[in-house]
Write a protein that binds this ligand. Structure first.
Ligand SMILES: O=C(O)CCC(=O)C(=O)O
Length: 247
C-alpha cells in the first residue's frame, strides 16, 4: 500500500493530500524531456484557434500553456500513469475495481509570466456519476513553489458540493468560480517537490498562481476514475476515445 492511514484521513478531511517522493527521478526526467519534445513539435503546427487556446498569453516568448491527453498520445506518460506506487494510491482513494485515466493534461507554466489557472472544481467539468469516484493526481515535474505558481486548495471544500462556474466569453474552456463565490473561500498553498504527487478529490476547489520565477513550473495532471464511473452531467465535452484504462 502506498498511502498511510494518516494520508487517507487527510484526504478524507481536507479533500487533498500531497505525497513526496512517489515517483523516481528517472521517470520525472523522462516526462520533462518528452513534454518539451512534444511541445516543440506542436508549436510548429498550431492553427490560429489552437494559438488562442494553447499559447500562454502572459509569457514572454512563444510558449504553450498546456497540452492535452499525454497518456493517450505519449508512451512515456502512459508508463508514468501505470506506475504501481501511483495506481495503488489512486485505488486506495477511490476504490479498487480498476481505474482509467479519463483525461490528462501537461501544464507548462513557463518562466516569468506563465499565467494562473483560475479556481475551479474538476467534477464540474467531468460530471461523474459518483462524485467520490474521480481523483486527480497532480505530479510536479519541477519543484512547485508559491513563487512559480503552485496549486492552492480550498481545504474541506469537497464536502460542500459543486458550485456554479462561469467562463470568459472568448475562453469557453476556462470554467471558473465567480469572484463573489470565491470571496469567502480561503485557499491554502500546496507546494510540491519534483516527483511528488498532490491528489485532489473531484469537488475540491483548486487553482494556481502566476509564475514569477525565472524557471519552469511544469506538471502533469492525470484524472483517474473508477472503471464503473460514467459521466452524467459534464459541463465540457471530452472525447472518450482519449481515455486509457490502467487497471
Ligand atoms: O497546474 C495547474 O496550474 C492547474 C492544475 C489543475 O487545474 C488540475 O490539475 O486540475
Amino acid at each position: 500500500m502506498t498511502l498511510s492511514d494518516e494520508q487517507i484521513t487527510h484526504y478524507a478531511d481536507l479533500g487533498h493530500v500531497t505525497v513526496t517522493g512517489l515517483l523516481s527521478n528517472t521517470d520525472i526526467e523522462a516526462a520533462r524531456n518528452d513534454a518539451m519534445a512534444w511541445a516543440g513539435e506542436t508549436l510548429g503546427n498550431l492553427t490560429p484557434m489552437d494559438e488562442h487556446w494553447y499559447l500562454d498569453a502572459g509569457a514572454t516568448g512563444r510558449h504553450l500553456r498546456k497540452l492535452d491527453d499525454p497518456v493517450h498520445f505519449r508512451q512515456v506518460y502512459k508508463t508514468l500513469a501505470s506506475r504501481k506506487s501511483l495506481v495503488d494510491a489512486v485505488e486506495q482513494l477511490i476504490g479498487g475495481t480498476g481505474v482509467t485515466v479519463y483525461f490528462s493534461q501537461i501544464f507548462f507554466k513557463p518562466p516569468e509570466g506563465g499565467g494562473p489557472k483560475p479556481v475551479h472544481q474538476d467534477n464540474f467539468y467531468f460530471g461523474p456519476s459518483d462524485p467520490d469516484g474521480l481523483v486527480t493526481a497532480w505530479i510536479a515535474l519541477d519543484d512547485a513553489t508559491v513563487e512559480n505558481g503552485c496549486l492552492y486548495y480550498g481545504d474541506g471544500s469537497h464536502k460542500t458540493g459543486l458550485i456554479d462556474h462561469i467562463a470568459p466569453q472568448d475562453e469557453p474552456y476556462n470554467l471558473q468560480l465567480t469572484p463573489e463565490a470565491l470571496a469567502d473561500k480561503p485557499m491554502t498553498a500546496a507546494p510540491v517537490p519534483s516527483g511528488g504527487v498532490s491528489f485532489h478529490h473531484g469537488i475540491t476547489l483548486h487553482g494556481s498562481g502566476d509564475n514569477n520565477s525565472a524557471s519552469w513550473r511544469r506538471a502533469v495532471a492525470f484524472h483517474y476514475v473508477r472503471n464503473d464511473v460514467t459521466f452524467v452531467s459534464p459541463a465540457w465535452t471530452f472525447d472518450p476515445d482519449m481515455a486509457e484504462r490502467i487497471s
